[in-house]
Write a protein that binds this ligand. Structure first.
Ligand SMILES: [Zn+2]
Length: 275
């Protein structure tokens, strides 16, 4: 096929044709659809200051594709500047500049962590309430909050996330369950969403029971359904794993739900599984 876009023949040797191969045609269609989708998705959230001007109402040709890509690239650069600007608060935490509250982990032997009341209050409604109620009684400089369920390391990771909105993958791997529970307890939806994404990404036979347990405690329906579905699909491996017995003793109601889901699944698949 002599495609006028991707043919390796030099232009001067090629007869002037208007043919286009299937790959180029599909690719062009995909780009146009993507641009239209992005354009439509962006409209409702347009209340913030986005200097990118939308290109026309609906994109029908590829004329604007490169402009769109440049716009997106510019937006990415701006967001990066913004993130760097906001990250200065993280530095204030790291270098302990003007901290005004102490956070204690569960174990009294572990050292406390200094933080900023204003940041805690903006990140979590629960912290805000604690600080509001304690503000009139205690002098701000020596007040403390104890997070009894967290170890020192977990508390450190929680603070790092609250300041920077992110956490290294290694730390997430290590503390994702305790952070998800903290996100639920202290009402930090962004942290919950963050942990949920990782739990889904790493869902496997080893983690499925833990994820199910956390999803149940945090009342996270979508995550619970995914974990339950995964367990049902890998029933044999999970039920005979070493952790299942302890899980079943600790979570009898979830064990019942696993059994029921598994039976429902078997019933659903039996009549159709003639293939
Ligand atoms: Zn082509």
């Amino acid at each position: 096929m002599d495609c006028s876009i991707c043919s390796s023949l030099p232009v001067i040797l090629r007869p002037p044709r208007n043919t286009i191969c299937v790959s180029c045609y599909d690719g062009a269609k995909c780009v146009i659809n993507l641009i239209n989708k992005l354009q439509n998705d962006r409209k409702p959230t347009n209340n913030n200051v986005s200097p990118v001007s939308p290109i026309g109402s609906s994109c029908k040709t590829l004329t604007n594709a490169s402009k769109w890509i440049i716009d997106l690239k510019n937006r990415e650069d701006e967001l990066e500047d913004k993130i760097n600007f906001l990250a200065q608060f993280t530095a204030a935490f790291r270098h302990q500049i003007h901290t005004d509250i102490q956070l204690n982990p569960g174990s009294p032997a572990s050292p406390s962590i200094s933080a900023h009341r204003a940041l805690l209050a903006t990140r979590s409604e629960i912290f805000k309430n604690i600080l509001d109620s304690d503000g009139c009684k205690a002098a701000p400089t020596n007040s403390t909050i104890t997070l009894p369920e967290l170890s020192h390391e977990e508390l450190e990771s929680l603070m790092e996330f609250l300041y920077s909105g992110d956490l290294g993958e290694e730390k997430v791997k290590k503390h994702v369950y305790s952070l998800a529970l903290a996100g639920d307890k202290y009402e930090i939806p962004y942290l919950q969403k963050f942990c949920e994404r990782y739990m889904l990404k790493w869902l496997n036979c080893e983690s499925a029971l833990d994820v199910l347990e956390v999803a149940e405690v945090c009342s996270c329906r979508a995550l619970k359904e995914s974990a339950l579905d995964f367990i049902v699909r890998n029933m044999e491996e999970i039920v005979f794993s070493s952790g299942f017995e302890a899980f079943a003793l600790k979570n009898p109601h979830l064990s019942v739900q696993i059994t029921r889901a598994s039976l429902m699944d078997a019933r659903k698949n039996r009549p159709n599984s003639s293939s």
